[in-house]
Design a protein around this ligand. Structure first.
Ligand code: FES
Length: 161
């Protein structure tokens, strides 16, 4: 009687272990199958061509009349989607500055009194050049080319520092 109980218990334990091992095998087999399929997709295959970069749209423009001396107009960098300030620091001279603070990435305020102020930690940048006036930022704001086409100002590519 006791032996039967022990034998039944041993069979029961063995059965549970067998089910557990079998389930783990099935699970690993299905995971292998799922991951194996992904490895065969053309984009992930070794030597496959990288996806083509997205075509840039037309260059952002703004009427020059909307950029007063000392003021700015906001356009969007088509590559990053970040706001860019087109500014006219002195009469007839235009430049464009990224709105992304080089300290920790906050949005700097539009130019005022010749400076752009970052409200996060207080950095100030020169509105004519993007240079740091005071930190904690240590790198200047990235600049962009600006060209005038009639009454329109067109944002050009970001300039290399
Ligand atoms: S993110 Fe601009 S000063 Fe810190």
């Amino acid at each position: 009687m006791v032996e039967d109980a022990v034998r039944r218990r041993a069979l029961l334990d063995g059965g549970i272990a067998a089910v557990a091992i079998g389930g783990a095998g099935l699970l690993s087999g299905s995971l292998t199958a799922a991951f194996g399929r992904d490895e065969l997709t053309p984009a992930a295959a070794p030597g496959a061509a990288a996806p083509a970069p997205q075509a840039a749209g037309p260059a952002p423009t703004v009427p020059a009349a909307q950029v007063p001396v000392g003021g700015s107009a906001t356009v969007k960098d088509p590559a990053s989607g970040d706001a860019v300030y087109i500014v006219q620091p002195t009469a007839g001279r235009y430049t464009a500055l990224s709105s992304v603070c080089t300290h920790s990435g906050c949005a700097v305020n539009p130019p005022k009194d010749g400076q752009l102020y970052c409200p996060c930690h207080g950095s100030r940048f020169d509105a004519a050049t993007g240079a740091v006036i005071n930190g904690p930022a240590v790198k200047p704001l990235p600049t962009y080319a600006v060209s005038r086409n009639g009454e329109q100002l067109e944002l050009g590519p970001q300039q290399q520092a």
